[in-house]
Design a protein around this ligand. Structure first.
Ligand code: FES
Length: 72
């Protein structure tokens, strides 16, 4: 979905930015130009950024599922 209509920034763009190391709203603005025009998207962009950071952290700390087929 589009988060920032002015600069065509989507939620996927924000998730990609987090994957590249973005962790603050200032960094996100520099990386994607989100909220740099009218600014109406700032609140939504911050929300999506927070979600993306939490999701990224969960994925980084995920334990691979044990498949029971390890070498015996
Ligand atoms: S909608 Fe994002 S700056 Fe206008």
């Amino acid at each position: 979905m589009y988060v920032c209509v002015c600069n065509s920034v989507t939620d996927k763009d924000i998730h990609r930015a987090v994957s590249r190391g973005v962790r603050t709203f200032v960094e996100l603005k520099q990386e994607t130009q989100v909220a740099t025009c009218c600014g109406k998207c700032a609140s939504c962009a911050k929300h999506v950024l927070k979600e993306a950071i939490h999701q990224h952290a969960r994925e980084e700390h995920a334990v691979p599922a044990f498949d029971g087929l390890a070498a015996a």
